[in-house]
Design a protein around this ligand. Structure first.
Ligand code: HPA
Length: 268
């Protein structure tokens, strides 16, 4: 995969140091429209970049000045269930690494498993569980990004987690911490799968994030993950699950998430 060609393409259009990337999950896209002084690049223009196909995911990289910091926003991400390879799903992470990004802030929508969680909660991810899915690093190792066997014992940066918690506290907003389990989707889980995930130690479940976290760890980026509980997971929820519900909860949480992000930027 030609990460360098994509990075060169971006560099021809954007100058300056961009330390931080924020990946916007389902329903958070509208946040982007509020940013002043931005440069937008469509994924479809970037050589090698896949194109996102899920409603609510726009498909562009937005380079912006945000709270006095240069931040890249990824508006629309790539999911394994769309039919992309895990290499394609995580392509952007290495491209960002090549343009100098150090902090990767991932957001996502999840189903709540922990009985203390309710729809609308924001959760700082402390760790994850990957089940059944191959690693995005399967195959020959690219030593220019990282070692063959890399450590995942602190996949979610302790320093960034502490900063996120400080941001919530400064705003007097409640937050939770929890373990994210990734399932491949696109179908939501069965109640039996959710019970199993709960027994395994998962607090919430989603269909993204983990491949990117693995690749970001591999190349030495600092990762922060913030989940929105968009619904209670299957069997816990009394109602059938739907993507519309996930999007709606995302839209409802956008303002709060925006506040937290602003506060967090000042701590980075
Ligand atoms: N399961 C998996 N992914 C999700 C869910 C869920 O319940 N809600 C939002 N993303």
């Amino acid at each position: 995969m030609n990460y360098q060609a994509a990075a060169d393409f971006i560099r021809q259009r954007v100058s300056g140091v961009f330390d931080t990337c924020v990946v916007l999950g389902s329903g958070y896209g509208s946040l982007i429209d509020k940013l002043p002084q931005k440069t937008t690049i469509s994924y479809s223009d970037i050589p090698g970049f896949p194109v996102s196909t899920v409603p609510g995911h726009k498909g562009e990289l937005v380079f912006a000045s945000f709270m006095g910091k240069n931040v890249v926003f990824l508006s629309g991400r790539f999911h394994f269930y769309e039919g992309y390879s895990l290499g394609e799903v995580t392509f952007y992470v290495r491209v960002l690494k090549l343009i100098g990004v150090k902090n990767l802030i991932l957001t996502n929508a999840t189903g709540g498993i922990n009985p203390d969680f309710k729809a609308g909660d924001l959760v700082v991810i402390s760790d994850h569980i990957k089940l059944g899915l191959q690693s995005p690093l399967f195959g020959p190792n690219d030593d220019s990004f990282g070692p063959r066997f890399h450590d995942m014992s602190c996949a979610y940066s302790l320093a960034l987690r502490e900063k996120a918690q400080k941001a919530f506290e400064a705003l007097q907003l409640p937050y939770k911490t929890g373990v994210y389990a990734m399932m491949g989707g696109p179908q939501f889980e069965t109640p039996a799968e959710i019970r199993a995930l709960g027994i395994l130690g998962a607090d919430m479940v989603g269909m993204s994030t983990v491949p990117e976290v693995i690749v970001a760890n591999h190349c030495g980026m600092e990762v922060l993950g913030i989940s929105l509980i968009s619904n209670l997971a299957a069997g816990i929820s009394k109602a059938p699950l739907s993507h519309e519900e996930v999007m709606e909860e995302g839209r409802r949480a956008t303002e709060t998430f925006w506040k937290v992000l602003r506060e967090l930027m000042q701590l980075l």
